[in-house]
Design a protein around this ligand. Structure first.
Ligand SMILES: Nc1ncnc2c1ncn2[C@@H]1O[C@H](COP(=O)(O)OP(=O)(O)O)[C@@H](O)[C@H]1O
Ligand SMILES: O=P(O)(O)OC[C@H](O)CO
Length: 776
């Protein structure tokens, strides 16, 4: 073919650690490549950021350098028909829609600063319904938690939001916007494979979901945030064109999140096709055809691609740490300066020497989703060498892949016959052989491993007419592939995997104690110098005190005020201070029992949700196999109500989660509180107003009941390590739990003391009177 007839497609591959620009010919062969690493910013433990402008510059540099190579080889840039983009997903950029300037660093998908926020979101009513809509569960991983964190903690972001100028996007949207000249042309789009990673998109309709946006809008109205228009992954016009640099005027016609792009690059177009990409993280995508499969085994539903308006979906297993584990050995532990040397080091030992490295640097993702795990090594001994550590690092990815494949088999009902692989870490022969041994199916690695970039080129090529059918791609990247056959016997590989599972279960909960305190401290650090002075309280304040908190506390104060007013109405003005105090206490006590505990019971009896079919959603408040009111199909409690009182009890449940559901002990106690203690308190008020002689007796009965009730509420918690109490937050511990509960200890104790004095005083007087009568 004469050079003038040659056809090429450019591909921008914007990954987590580097950017690349590749130029592919029609046979899918890369003819020019340039790659540039950019800064990884780790301001605090668990935080991971990129400079959004550096990302754009690295892409521009790569385009320029690759084009030089391309032209040096005698090709003409006019033969490049289009450019595709693929990118790291979930990573979140906020910028000013007017100036086009970023308002904060990009928060990278691996970042775990949002762990506490994710827990808070998960505790909100309706959180369990989100995955059915958008395909993802709440965690630190999707973009939404990162955006909410920025809104809460970054002044610049909040101010732009308040002014209506806040633009939010994943890296595809940011890059397309900037490459198109920013605010001048305002090309602000995202494709469904990227938009499906935000939690804002309905995975079924590929449109923004009102339901999920409403769910997340409890503090900030997310409709005020500019979000990119969702367009098809291959489109001749929607992505605009490059407006600067050597390819000025060249159209961008394809866009895919990197893992979807890898599936396309591996030509995983048929249902049942799967690929596993070992990059910074590792991601297994399994084509499930034209309907999303919502996983019940810890996987995600994602969009594989949408070229022509008929979306194809995938089940995804995401592993947070793969190549980044290798980089950790290189950069943090000084093992070597080249990735392939780590693999060579691992080959210096014949096995892992009993070492298991759970590389949970960002908690554990699929299929475990454990956000309170942290990187942990098990089995260190005097025998342990650097080779064992290198080997255990590679093995960690293989074990997680095995767990994901097991989950995929359960979700899809199919066992894979082979697994196609790619990504930087798939260069390690040892890693790939271990993978084959652990999953007991062949691992197929193509010769050309830039499948992610190839996928984006394919998307762009479809939109620009370079390729028209999947059939034309049949031969692309098939020659020279390597197949790793399983060699280990099943018993040994099962033994290895069992050890891994033990290690996973042992590393759970490591962060639980400290992370909540330190996470808040780190958030404070990120708030800038001024907020730093206010320290932890400044950081945790907005997360703890919401409008609901203020209204809940105000409602309790209002009840106290009512108690005071009733004393003015019903007690004679001449009453002593003590009588007035006792009246106000018992009047407030009665009102609280009727209004608050009454509404708690109402929630338990009348607020409910139907159990989703096929979901193991059983109540954590009931013993296994037991259902409240004998109803196996519903869950009861404030969590499932919509009234202001449901909201109020959900607020208190942040401190003691039993009040959000239907805990049998609590309900039993509150039945007595509402129907016995409440009326008794009213009867005592009547006695105080009318100076009835039996009043002290009833006060003793009530005070004893209140003390007994408090004991029965909290003793089971103390005896079992307080599984339902949240004592990590000062307000929950000291205001909700301590203050509001110990009032019903101190005052009843004093009431008992006082009533004791009154009764014994009266009896002493009586016996004295009787004694003097007798003497007379
Ligand atoms: N031979 C090798 N053995 C082990 N890891 C490797 C090897 N070659 C590359 N890697 C790892 O692969 C990762 C880069 O893969 P890549 O697919 O480029 O990632 P990304 O697209 O996420 O930036 C790096 O973390 C690197 O350490
Ligand atoms: O940079 P990678 O290749 O590990 O991919 C990042 C993923 O898109 C994150 O979801």
């Amino acid at each position: 073919m004469a050079q003038s007839e040659e056809v090429f497609v450019g591909s921008i591959d914007q990954g987590t650690t580097s950017s690349r620009f590749l130029i592919f010919d029609k046979q899918g062969e890369p003819v020019a490549v340039h790659q540039e690493e950019f800064r990884q910013i780790y301001p605090n433990p668990g935080w991971h950021e990129h400079d959004p402008n550096e990302i754009v510059t690295s892409v521009e540099n790569c385009i320029e350098a690759a084009l030089k190579i391309f032209e040096k080889d005698g090709h003409k840039k006019e033969s490049i028909k289009a450019v595709g983009i693929t990118n790291q997903r979930e990573t979140t950029v906020c910028w000013d829609i007017k100036s086009g300037e970023p308002l904060y660093n990009a928060i990278v998908w691996t970042d775990t600063r949002t762990a506490a926020l994710a827990r808070e979101l998960k505790a909100r009513k309706g959180s369990d319904k989100l995955q059915d809509i958008c395909g993802l569960p709440i965690s630190t991983y999707p973009s939404v938690t990162k955006l909410l964190w920025l809104l809460r903690n970054e002044d610049k972001v909040r101010k732009a939001y308040e002014a209506g100028n806040l633009a939010f996007g994943t890296i595809d949207a940011w890059l397309i916007y900037k490459l198109n000249g920013g605010p001048k042309n305002n090309v602000f789009v995202s494709d469904p494979t990227n938009a499906s990673r935000t939690m804002f998109m309905d995975i079924h309709s590929l449109k923004y979901s009102d339901k999920t946006i409403d769910f997340f809008s409890y503090e900030f109205d997310l409709r005020k945030v500019h979000m990119p228009e969702i367009v098809r992954s291959a489109d001749e016009k929607a992505f605009g064109k490059l407006t600067s640099g050597v390819l000025t005027g060249f159209p961008i016609t394809g866009c895919l999140g990197d893992q979807s792009a890898a599936l396309v690059g591996q030509k995983g177009f048929e249902p049942g096709h799967a690929k596993n990409t070992y990059g910074t993280g590792c991601f297994l995508l399994y084509n499930v055809d034209t309907k999303p499969v919502i996983s019940t085994h810890g996987l995600l539903a994602t969009v594989a691609y949408n070229f022509d308006g008929k979306p194809v979906y995938a089940l995804e297993g995401s592993i947070a740490v793969a190549g980044s584990g290798v980089k950790f050995l290189m950069n943090n532990l000084g093992f070597s300066s080249q990735s392939h040397k780590i693999s060579e080091l691992a080959e210096t030992v014949s096995d892992n020497g009993g070492l298991v490295f759970v590389t949970a640097f960002s908690g554990l993702f699929a299929p475990y989703w454990i956000d309170d795990a942290q990187g942990t090594m098990f089995g260190l001994s005097h025998h342990t060498e650097r080779g064992h550590i290198a080997r255990a690092t590679l093995e960690a990815v293989c074990y997680q892949t095995k767990a994901i494949l097991d989950a995929m088999e359960k979700d899809s009902g199919h066992k894979l016959s082979e697994l196609r692989v790619d990504g930087g870490m798939s260069n390690s022969e040892l890693c790939m052989q271990t993978q084959a041994d652990l999953v007991s199916i062949p691992i197929v690695r193509p010769k050309m491993r830039e499948t992610t970039a190839l996928g984006a080129a394919i998307a762009a090529g479809f939109a620009s007419g370079v390729w028209k059918t999947f059939d034309e791609l049949k031969e692309v990247n098939t020659a020279g592939q390597t197949t790793f056959q399983p060699k280990m016997n099943a018993k040994d590989s099962a033994k290895m995997f069992k050890k891994w599972e033990r290690a996973v279960s042992m590393c759970k909960g490591w962060v639980a104690e400290e992370e909540k305190e330190e996470g808040d401290e780190q958030a404070a650090k990120g708030l800038g110098e001024e907020s730093k002075k206010e320290g932890q309280v400044a950081a945790s304040f907005p997360q703890i005190i919401s409008l609901t908190t203020v209204l809940s506390l105000a409602s309790t104060l209002a009840i106290l005020l009512l108690g005071c007013l009733s004393s003015l109405r019903f007690l004679p003005a001449s009453s002593s201070f003590k009588t007035r105090f006792l009246f106000i206490w018992h009047a407030t006590d009665a009102l609280i029992h009727f209004i608050l505990e009454g509404s708690y019971l109402y929630n338990c009896l009348f607020s409910s949700a139907t159990l989703l079919e096929g979901k193991a959603l059983g109540s954590e408040f009931l013993p296994a196999g037991v259902s409240f009111l004998g109803d196996h199909t519903r869950l009861y409690g404030a969590e499932y109500g919509t009234s202001p009182f449901s909201v109020l009890w959900r607020e208190y449940a942040r401190a003691d989660k039993r009040w959000g559901g239907s805990d049998l002990t609590v309900i039993s106690l509150e039945l007595l509180t509402v129907f016995v203690a409440g009326p008794m308190a009213v009867w005592i008020c009547h006695g105080l107003a009318k100076k009835r002689a039996d009043t002290s007796f009833w006060m003793i009965v009530l005070a004893t009941g209140e003390l007994y009730g408090g004991w029965m509420t909290f003793a089971p918690e103390w005896l079992s390590g307080s599984p339902n109490l949240n004592t990590d937050v000062w307000m929950y511990t000291w205001v909700y739990l301590f203050f509001f509960n110990t009032i019903w200890v101190w005052i009843p104790l004093w009431v008992l003391y006082d009533a004791y004095g009154t009764i014994t005083g009266a009896l002493t007087q009586k016996s004295r009177a009787e004694g003097s009568k007798k003497a007379r």
